[in-house]
Every structure is written in structure tokens, then in C-alpha cells.
Write a protein that binds this ligand. Structure first.
Ligand code: NAP
Ligand code: F7E
Length: 343
């Protein structure tokens, strides 16, 4: 039987790697559309042992010709757009390029779908960051958006233009509004990976302590491997729609740090308040975690908790991994493979 063809942009990233792995298992011909890098950006593919099963194509969300080339070369069944400047903190420093890539980049792709292959099924990686500081107990597909960073504003453009093209041109375009999802393959700068990696280094006496920003921001953290399943499920439906993917639980950065400190069997306690709050070793009284103001954001999102009710009812999807299991997966990986990668 002829293999289905899937394009995955941002395949070198966390989600792209797990999604490529999933699609290969499902016997797709998978085109990994990534930008050229002077560093090794295939380490995740090598780790998952999928690098020799992918077809690599040069691609940049800022370069329309590289997108058109994909539509000229392949008869595409499914197109997953995971590429983005995805780090919220960086978006405050590079707002123009973030808007150009994370926002307008989406339009470049869906305009090609409209013009060249209108039967393509398209997935857009929307984000819970689009909700910003919502006052509600949880966020779902009906919650008002209130973006709090250039990243979130750019994602909201991508989200709305996807919906607009779906309605205006009757195209199969979906957005997954995904809440934070983590894994051993998460980029080093994101808070969960940073906490795990740095505390493992402290444990191994390769680092004196970990520095964090806002300990009290709360996030709905799931496991990336569970979440890429939902992306695929959305494109298997008859009717294109948007779905929230989350765990319906919310925890603070401090709580996540506690889980990691405990998993690594640190004998510690929290002392001090505000900028002086610290986790210290009970015996030596040396700091294990300190606050550094440079990790605070110009505008923070304080609380996110997603309801995945629609995904559960319509996609039969649910999160399978608890936050404690997630911490164990990440800590075990870091203890074994800390020198493996180069992100
Ligand atoms: P990630 O690890 O940061 O991966 C982002 C990918 O985008 C990388 O492959 C990166 O390539 C690529 N990229 C960046 N700029 C590009 C450009 N100009 N042209 C082409 N590719 C470019 O992100 P992730 O965590 O896997 O997230 C995947 C997507 O979901 C992103 O769009 C993110 O914004 C969104 N999202 C993530 C979460 C989450 O919690 N993880 C939640 C909601 C939404 P390089 O390797 O060359 O840098
Ligand atoms: O921050 C706080 C920080 O950078 C989480 C991206 O995948 O998920 C991610 O965005 C929270 C924030 O993720 C540090 O202020 C404290 O409140 O891990 P993060 P994010 O900003 O939530 C969404 C859904 C996406 O779409 C994005 O692409 O943790 N925090 N101290 C810190 N954050 C970092 N990075 N570093 C710290 O030292």
C-alpha cells in the first residue's frame, strides 16, 4: 500500500522528534523540514534512532521559496507545523523575528496549502500562552485570549489565521492549544529541564547551585510523548476543529523543584522570602537553589490549567503520565545521559 506522506516542520525540536517517531511507527513517509544549523541539530533523532528513517529537507519559516518547494516536490497528506521561536523569554528580546517566524510563518504555509494542495490536512502548534493571565479556574476552547508576550501574540496570530483560512476556504486546518509539555528531550532553557539538569549537576558536584526566577508561576505540565498522539488524532477526524490538550492539574515552579530535590534525595529546606528565598542544604546550609532577578519576565503568566474535556470526548485522548512520573522520567534520563546531547 502507498505510504502516507507527512511533513513535520521543527522536527529537530522536542515535539518534532517524538512526532516523527510516532509517524514512522505508523508507517508514514516522514519529511523532516528543518533549517540548516552549524551545530548538530539531529541529536534528538539520533537518540530516538530515527535519523536514518527520515527524509530531510532544508526549510525555513521565513523563506517562502523553501515552503513552496515542499509543495512542488511532495503530494502531501498531513502537514504538522511545529517550527517556531518557542522560548517565551527570548521573544521579549527578539520580538520582530519571533512575530515573523512564529506568527507570519504560519500564514506562509497555509497560503501554500490554499494555492497548491487544498486537500492537505494541517496541524498548527498553538499554545496555552495565548490565554495569558486568565482569571478562570481552568482554560478551555471557549476561554478568552489575553497574550502576555510577543511569543503569545505571534501564536495568537497563527491561531486566528488558521481558523480564518479554515472558514474562508473550507480547508482542513486544526490548531492544538497545547499546555506545557516536557520530556528528557526538552530544550535546556525551559524551566523543567533546567531544574532537572542543574540539580543533577549539583548532586554530582559539577555545579554549586541552581538559579531560578519566579518560583510561584503555576503551569499545567504534561509529558510530550502523550501530547504528540493528540496532534495525530486531530488530523484523523472527519471535521477539522481546535482542541485543548492538557492534564487539568496545575503546579508551581517551586513544587516542581521540590519533586526534583526529593527525587535526587537532597536533605534541604526553604528559607527566606521574595528575592532572598532559597533552598538550602540542611547540614552545610549552602544554597541549592537561589533566585536571580534576571530570570523574571517583563510580563508573567501566573497560572495555567487546561481542561481537556473536548479532546477526551471527541479524540478519546487523555494524558497518561502524572507529574511525578514525568519528573522520574526526566531525572532518570539526566542521571544516565547528561553528557549525551548538544541542544
Ligand atoms: P522546540 O523544541 O523549541 O522546537 C522548535 C523547532 O522550531 C526547532 O526544530 C527549531 O529548529 C525550529 N525553528 C525555529 N525557528 C525556525 C525557523 N525560522 N524555520 C524553521 N524552523 C525553525 O519546541 P517544542 O517544545 O518542540 O514545541 C513545538 C511547537 O509547539 C512550537 O511551535 C512551540 O511554540 C509549540 N508549543 C510548545 C509547547 C511546549 O510546552 N513544548 C506548548 C505549546 C505550544 P532548530 O533546531 O534549528 O532551533
Ligand atoms: O517557563 C518560570 C517562568 O520557559 C515556565 C514553551 O514551551 O510552554 C513553554 O513556555 C514558567 C514561567 O515555559 C525560570 O517565568 C522561573 O512562568 O519553562 P518555561 P513557558 O514560558 O511556560 C508554553 C505552553 C509554550 O507554548 C512555549 O513554547 O517558569 N521560571 N524561573 C522560569 N522559566 C525559565 N525558562 N527559566 C527560569 O529560570
Amino acid at each position: 500500500m502507498k505510504k502516507k506522506i507527512a511533513i513535520v516542520t521543527g522536527s529537530s525540536g522536542q515535539d518534532g522528534s517524538y512526532l516523527c517517531e510516532l509517524l514512522i511507527k505508523k508507517s508514514y513517509k516522514v519529511i523532516a523540514a528543518d533549517r540548516r544549523s552549524s551545530r548538530d541539530n539531529k541529536w534528538r533523532h539520533k537518540f530516538l534512532k530515527i535519523d536514518d528513517k527520515l527524509i530531510y529537507e532544508d526549510f525555513d519559516l521565513g523563506d517562502l521559496n523553501s515552503i513552496v518547494a515542499l509543495f512542488r516536490k511532495y503530494k502531501i497528506d498531513e502537514f504538522y507545523n511545529l517550527a517556531a521561536q518557542s522560548f517565551v523569554a527570548a521573544s521579549f528580546k527578539t520580538p520582530l523575528s519571533t512575530s515573523e517566524i512564529t506568527g507570519i510563518g504560519v500564514l506562509r504555509i497555509i497560503d501554500c496549502i490554499k494555492n497548491y494542495q487544498p486537500k492537505v490536512k494541517f496541524y498548527q502548534a498553538s499554545s496555552s500562552e495565548m490565554y495569558g493571565n486568565s482569571k478562570l479556574k481552568f482554560q478551555d476552547e471557549y476561554t478568552k485570549f489575553n497574550p502576555r508576550s510577543p511569543y503569545a501574540v505571534a501564536k495568537l496570530f497563527g491561531h486566528h489565521i488558521t481558523k480564518n483560512y479554515r472558514e474562508a476556504y473550507n480547508l482542513f486546518l486544526c490548531s492544538g492549544i497545547l499546555f506545557n509539555h516536557e520530556s528528557p528531550l526538552r530544550g535546556d532553557e525551559f524551566v523543567t529541564k533546567k531544574i532537572v539538569k542543574h540539580l543533577v549537576e549539583v548532586k554530582k558536584k559539577e555545579r554549586s547551585h541552581l538559579e531560578l526566577g519566579n518560583l510561584y508561576a503555576k503551569r499545567d505540565w504534561g509529558y510530550a510523548k502523550d501530547y504528540v498522539q493528540a496532534m495525530w488524532l486531530m488530523l484523523q477526524k472527519k471535521i477539522p476543529e481546535d482542541y485543548v490538550i492538557a492534564t487539568n492539574k496545575s503546579h508551581s515552579v517551586k513544587f516542581f523543584s521540590d519533586l526534583v530535590l526529593k527525587a535526587l534525595k537532597f536533605n534541604y529546606k526553604w528559607v527566606g522570602k521574595g528575592i532572598n528565598e532559597k533552598a538550602i542544604d540542611k547540614l552545610t546550609r549552602k544554597p541549592l537553589i537561589k533566585i536571580n532577578k534576571k530570570f523574571y519576565r517583563p510580563a508573567e503568566v501566573n497560572f495555567l490549567k487546561g481542561s481537556y474535556k473536548k479532546a477526551k470526548n471527541q479524540l478519546k485522548w487523555r494524558p497518561k503520565t502524572s507529574i511525578k512520573e514525568l519528573v522520574k522520567i526526566m531525572v532518570d534520563f539526566e542521571l544516565k545521559n547528561s553528557s549525551y546531547k548538544n541542544s
